[in-house]
Design a protein around this ligand. Structure first.
Ligand SMILES: Nc1ncnc2c1ncn2[C@@H]1O[C@H](COP(=O)(O)OP(=O)(O)O)[C@@H](O)[C@H]1O
Ligand SMILES: O=C(O)C1=C[C@@H](OP(=O)(O)O)[C@@H](O)[C@H](O)C1
Ligand SMILES: [Mg+2]
Length: 292
C-alpha cells in the first residue's frame, strides 16, 4: 500500500558546513530518502523518520469524525483526478500557501499520498534544522527573523527536488526570495474565510502559532482580529500563487452555505482540478510543461 510506503519514508536532516542549509538531497526523494541541510551554526541533526503521512482514513473532518471522505465516490474522484494530474505535473513539486489554519498541512498530506509524492511541512523542517521542538519555542528563544531565515533555507533546499508536496508556514509568502524557490514548482493558495480560520484556531488553541498566541478571554475574537490584520498585510503576497483554491467557491458549487461542511478531500480534489487547469493552460501558452 502506498500509505504504508509513505509512512516508512525517512528524512535525514544534517548540518552541512558553511552554507546555511546546504542541500545534500538528491532525487532520492521519491525513492524514500532525503537529506536536507540545517541552519548554519545549528548542531548537526539526524532526524530519522519525519512525521509520517496520516493514512487517508484517519484525518479528522470539521465534524470531528475519523473519516476523510464523504463517500467512496469522493475517494475515487480524488484518485482519478490525481492520476490525471500526475502525468501533467511531470514531477513538479507542489507548494501549499495560505493563512495559518487554512489547512495546508492537512490537505498537503492528502495530496502527497494520492500523488505518491513525499510530504514535507516547512515548519517541521525548521524545527529539525534548528534543533527545537516547536516553532513557538524558536520564536521565543531566538526571534521571528531567525525563524524566517531558517524557513528560507529550508525552502531553498527543497526547491531543487522533485515530487514533493510542501506545506509552507503561513508567513513564507512575505519574503520575495521564497517565491524564487517556490516558483520552481507550483504554488497553490488555500483561500479560507477569516471567520472559518478563527473558528479552527479557537478550537485547536494558539500555543503552536506564536503570532496568534495572546492571552484572551475570547480566543475566537482575538484570533479573528489578528488574522484580519495579517490577511491585509499579506494579501498581495498570497496573490503570487499560481492557483487559488477558494473554499467559498467549492461550498457554493456543492450547494453548502458554510465552508465548514467541506472535507479536506473536497478541498484536495478542487486543488488537483485547479492544478490540472493551470498546467494545461501553461503548456498551451509556453510549450510543454517540462522545464524542470
Ligand atoms: N477542511 C477542514 N475542515 C475543518 N477543519 C480543518 C480542515 N482542514 C484543516 N482543518 C483543521 O484546522 C486546523 C489547522 O489545519 P492545518 O492543516 O494545520 O492548517 P495550516 O497548516 O494551514 O496552518 C487543524 O486543526 C485541522 O485539523
Ligand atoms: O503565518 C505565519 O506567519 C506563521 C504560520 C505558521 O505555520 P501555519 O501556517 O502552518 O500555521 C508558522 O510558520 C509560524 O507560526 C508563523
Ligand atoms: Mg501547517
Amino acid at each position: 500500500m502506498e500509505a504504508l510506503a509513505m509512512q516508512s519514508r525517512a528524512v535525514e536532516v544534517a548540518g552541512a558546513g558553511r552554507r546555511t542549509g546546504a542541500l545534500v538531497a538528491d532525487r532520492r526523494a521519491r525513492a524514500g530518502s532525503l537529506r536536507v541541510g540545517g541552519s548554519a551554526g545549528a548542531p548537526a541533526l539526524r532526524a530519522r523518520g519525519a512525521k509520517p503521512v496520516a493514512p487517508l482514513c484517519c484525518v479528522k473532518t470539521s465534524r470531528g469524525q475519523q473519516s476523510l471522505h464523504n463517500s467512496v465516490d469522493e475517494a475515487l474522484l480524488l484518485k482519478r483526478k490525481a492520476e490525471q494530474v500526475l502525468f501533467e505535473l511531470n514531477g513538479r513539486c507542489i507548494y501549499l500557501v495560505g493563512m495559518m489554519g487554512s489547512g495546508k498541512s492537512t490537505v498537503g498530506k492528502i495530496l502527497a499520498e494520492v500523488l505518491g509524492y513525499s510530504y514535507f511541512d516547512s515548519d517541521s523542517l525548521v524545527e529539525q534544522a534548528v534543533g527545537m521542538p516547536s516553532v513557538a519555542q524558536i520564536f521565543k528563544v531566538h526571534s521571528e527573523a531567525f525563524f524566517r531565515d531558517s524557513e528560507s533555507s529550508v525552502l531553498r533546499d527543497l526547491s531543487s527536488m522533485q515530487r514533493l508536496v510542501v506545506a509552507t508556514g503561513g508567513g513564507a509568502v512575505i519574503r520575495p526570495v521564497n517565491w524564487s524557490y517556490m516558483k520552481k514548482g507550483m504554488s497553490v493558495m488555500l483561500d479560507v474565510p477569516l471567520d472559518a480560520l478563527a473558528k479552527r484556531i479557537a478550537q485547536v488553541g494558539t500555543a503552536s502559532r506564536p503570532l496568534l498566541d495572546q492571552p484572551s478571554a475570547d480566543p475566537y475574537t482575538a484570533a479573528f482580529a489578528k488574522l484580519s490584520l495579517l490577511a491585509e498585510q499579506r494579501g498581495d503576497a498570497y496573490a503570487n500563487a499560481d492557483v487559488r483554491v477558494s473554499l467559498q467557491e467549492i461550498a457554493a458549487k456543492q450547494g453548502h452555505d458554510d465552508v465548514s461542511q467541506l472535507t479536506p478531500t473536497d478541498i484536495a480534489i478542487e486543488a488537483l482540478e485547479k492544478i490540472q487547469n493551470f498546467v494545461i493552460e501553461h503548456s498551451m501558452s509556453s510549450g510543454p510543461f517540462d522545464d524542470l
